[in-house]
Write a protein that binds this ligand. Sequence first.
Ligand code: ADP
Ligand code: MG
Length: 286
Amino acid sequence: MLPAKSSLSLAYPPPVPEPATAGTAAAPVVEVLSAEKTYDKGTRALLPVDLRIRQGEFVTLLGPSGCGKSTLLKMVAGLLEPTDGRILLWRQPVQQATATAGKMAFVFQSPTLMPWASVQTNVRLPLDLAGVPRAEADARVADALALVGLTRFHEALPRALSGGMQMRVSIARALATDPDLLLMDEPFGALDEITRHKLDADLLELQRRKNLTVVFVTHSIHEAVFLSNRVVVMAARPGRVVETVPIAEPYPRSLDFTTSTEFAQYARHLQHSLLRASVDTEEALS
Ligand code: ADP
Ligand code: MG
């Protein structure tokens, strides 16, 4: 007999309809308009970038270390100012947009949990900071923990959890704020490959269910192809966008996709694009 599928087994999610907003008519959530960044010491972290991301899209920034992925993501989050150019969220300047037009959450590479506080207290933190009444906050924390499959661990301390579970707590903390836009900077980069693939599948299921707009940073080709509607390929020295590759594969995507011919073709295309860009860089520097 086959083992029963656990509720955590989201690698083979049930079919969900395409969100109505995923078509070409969907409103832009993120508009990067010739935004570039030169740091104080003169490092050209990013040449001008143009990028538009629609409601419900999953867009990945893929590239080697130092190509400006974090710089671009932080500029979208309003944590860094572009040296030139503009960034709009929901058609408004970033600071203004997050105050009025929509909610954005940022997930960092390390889970950054308070070690002395329980899982539920950690997830409640942004709600406490925003002054959400306790009863409502508790309900939202419970929902977020259920979404990431950690209900049973609400009273645990972070150190009692595995790295993958700590990352889920960090994602629950972002989801508890009910974001429309989720920015994730190599969220699973520190995890082993098997855990990462599992969390990738869970994240994709969540994104589809909540019709989230996601900008995801990784240097894993596998992750980029599996997750994305579009992959923005970047190169370093100077940091720049070299190509945007649509992954024209329907959702939901199961692990079967990762062993398909199409998957291998997309992966090869991205690999060549990354290699070509690094050769161009070496030639330019020589
Ligand atoms: P990635 O996330 O793709 O690894 P980053 O955006 O972190 O790339 O960095 C892009 C470039 O900008 C790198 O050369 C990096 O050393 C440089 N850089 C990043 N942050 C700063 C900073 N605060 N001050 C100066 N240079 C920086
Ligand atoms: Mg980075």
